[in-house]
Design a protein around this ligand. Structure first.
Ligand code: HEC
Ligand code: HEC
Length: 376
């Protein structure tokens, strides 16, 4: 209920177009069945639902994903359509969304790096750099928290942050962004096709971007093919899998098979306290969350170096060495880091094999999917 209520507030805050609509009938509540952001579960009227204002016929998309994935977290008011995804893909790749027309979402989330980046900190507007490594966008539809500290809990909600973040896209207000999009050659038609409205508003911008992000599904790696009996693993890969998926290496509790993330927050012993970045604590203010970060998915991990929230490790060897050492002790280190002070004591060969297994999570059909690439 809390989540729904905050959603309602977010929409109230963002859905400015309905206020601009000349037709007063367009201003209804989210309880309105013909509104584009209709949600039958909403019991608090928002008075800011967006109604169709031009004719369109949309083509629904059903996401295809394996049975070891959970059900995707898609709001009923933002079901995927081909037109919505196409619009979102254009917005994702378009620097028009940044204050000086130089930076797009894809400037930092690059397909060739599994929609992450190959630098420790990515460059935003005016070459500004932040303090966190760009996370990959892989199977985001199946996750419920976003950003390293989980400060956002839907993709629609998340997309606002980079737009107004000083070191990312550096906008000051929605009206500047919306004016730029509204007066472009391209977008009024794309919005009309996707949402039946040519009055471009903030909520539809966010909805389209989220739709595109939800299509970024990776489930066709060598590991998946092995699981389906389509390919054989080498002896090294089998040994690596055993290390990964048993108490020997103990990776599977936090990065379980399927998504390869449990989508919750842990302190995996990167530092002793006090922590430079308090991570999840910044969101919850709970002292037990100091130094905890979201377990990232390890799918396509081959392509997204450097690693960790601050990009401190340049290679997978360095990551494996960290876990082999056992991690630093601290008051909040996760109980699942069971080898603190002892270490895993993997042999050089076992480390190689663990790496060989991690490389089976690479999915070339995802990395090269033409539907995900720059449409311009
Ligand atoms: C300047 C680089 C940069 C730009 C531009 C950028 N991002 Fe990000 N993105 C990041 C960083 C860094 C984080 C992690 C932030 C944090 O943890 O506080 C992030 C986090 C995310 C996440 C959370 C992923 C996860 O699994 O937790 C999503 C989704 C995302 N960005 C989408 C977008 C979208 C959509 C845009 C464009 C509207 C965008 N980003 C623009 C750097 C960037
Ligand atoms: C206690 C939970 C936990 C365990 C056990 C664990 N991890 Fe992690 N892993 C995390 C968290 C949390 C992060 C992100 C930490 C950060 O950036 O501060 C992470 C990050 C990573 C990364 C970097 C991903 C990226 O995108 O930057 C890799 C690779 C990784 N882990 C592999 C492993 C392997 C291999 C094992 C077993 C040897 C393992 N993990 C065991 C929780 C865990």
């Amino acid at each position: 209920m809390n989540k729904l209520f905050s959603l309602c507030l977010i929409i109230t805050f963002l859905c400015t177009s309905c206020d601009r609509d000349e037709d007063p009938v367009a201003i209804r509540g989210c309880m309105d069945e013909i509104a584009i952001n209709y949600d039958p579960d909403i019991t608090v009227p928002c008075n800011h639902c967006c109604k169709y204002s031009c004719d369109t016929e949309v083509t629904p998309i059903n996401l295809i994903y394996p049975s070891n994935f959970p059900t995707p977290d898609i709001p009923i008011w933002n079901l995927l359509t081909e037109e919505g995804v196409n619009l979102g893909r254009h917005l994702f790749y378009d620097p028009i969304l940044s204050s000086d027309n130089t930076v797009s979402c894809a400037s930092c989330h690059k397909q060739e790096y599994a929609f992450g980046d190959n630098t420790q900190y990515s460059f935003g507007v005016n070459q500004a750099v932040g303090e966190r490594n760009t996370p990959i966008l892989v199977n985001s539809a199946f996750q419920s928290y976003f950003d390293w500290d989980g400060k956002t809990s839907s993709l629609e909600d998340q997309a606002v942050r980079p737009l107004f973040n000083e070191i990312e896209m550096h906008n000051n207000n929605w009206s500047e962004i919306l004016n730029r999009i509204q007066s472009s050659e391209l977008y009024p038609d794309l919005f009309c096709a996707a949402f039946g409205t040519s009055n471009i508003d903030s909520s539809h911008v966010l909805m389209a971007i989220a739709q595109f992000e939800r299509t970024l599904i990776s489930s066709n790696s060598r590991f998946d093919k092995w699981l389906n009996g389509e390919v054989q693993f080498t002896n090294e890969e089998i040994d690596g899998f055993d290390i990964y998926n048993t108490e020997r290496g103990d990776c599977f509790h936090c990065h379980p098979i399927g998504l390869f993330t449990n989508n919750i927050f842990h302190n995996n012993g990167l530092d002793p306290s006090p922590f430079l970045d308090l991570g999840r604590y910044n969101v919850t203010q709970n002292p037990l969350d100091e130094g905890a970060f979201k377990s990232p998915s390890l799918r396509n991990i081959e392509f997204s170096a450097p690693y960790m929230h601050d990009g401190r490790f340049a290679t997978l060897e360095e990551v494996i060495d960290h876990y082999d050492f056992g991690g630093h002790d601290s008051p909040t280190v996760d109980p699942l880091m069971k080898y603190i002070g002892v270490g895993l004591l993997l042999s050089p060969e076992e480390k190689e094999n663990l790496k060989a297994f991690l490389l089976t999570l690479s999915d070339q059909s995802f990395m090269n999917n033409p539907n995900f690439s720059n449409p311009f």
